[in-house]
Ligand binder design. Sequence first.
Ligand code: BMA
Length: 325
Amino acid sequence: MVKVVGSPLPNIPWEERPAGCSDVVWRYSKNPIIPRDLILSSNSIFNSAVVPFKGAFAGVFRCDDKRRHMNIHRGFSPDGFHWQIDNEPIEWLCDDPEAAFTYYRYDPRVCWIEDRYYVMWCNGYHGPTIGVGYTFDFEKFYFLENALLPYNRNGVPFPRKINGKYVMLNRPSDNGHTPFGDIYLSQSPDMIHWGEHRFVMGTAGGWQSTKVGAGPVPIETDEGWLLFYHGVLTSCNGFVYSFSAALLDLEKPWKVIRRAAPYLLSPQTLYECVGDVPNVAFPCAALVDAPTGRVAIYYGGADTVTALAFCRVDEVLDFLKANSL
Ligand code: BMA
């Protein structure tokens, strides 16, 4: 069996695959887990990131408020299903007012690396780019820098340094509802200065024909980095956001070992098809229990609510072997 590198998470939120279902990724039966109006100020809560924290769970949530302003809020959960989210956005500590300047924040990812939780998000600094910050305790949050020049989205860190460098996936874009997009990788000695950019993968057919973008923090296995990523198809009715998986080389993670031709999950339920932006399933986080390979994927539904789906690492790798592009 494939070996997953990581910690045990015996309390991972989990529900077995329903009887009669043969999907590799299956939805939680009580989705969505976070309704759009969980907090007083919110219009919608979606595309959010969670991590294990002190025997329970913590997260950074995209909450668009009732002015339709986009920002990220802190949350805690005893079980990964039920969340308490702050009504007010996170305040970022930063000594440099120019660096700290922002119009909006959205689509966070959170990742424990070495000694702290790093947060990356799409940061409005004269156009979308990748904001990087960190917290040790989910009490104080520090803003570091904008990692890249605008325009860029979907900054996703790897959970450890590779060949002595921090690594992130990202997606150069434009200032609007970008009609193109390939996944690139950037490297850094210090999380501030990023370079040595490498092309990872571009669009392909069908569900991933318009653009692709990294989803949750990649999962390390002895066969490679397991990456869940979203792909977009342009239909007569607009963009359709689905997601699937790829396997990246452990030492040279810009090298794609395998990549799925079919999607693993596409918008088909009411909460994925109906909302502020219809037909969107957009994953930003995955919890993993390394010994069993169980995975809980958190994804946004229709840019409105947050949902959960489950899978097993070995089954996703088997799916990739059988269904690679
Ligand atoms: C992308 C991002 C995501 C969003 C998606 C669908 O460009 O803005 O936050 O979920 O579009 O609207």
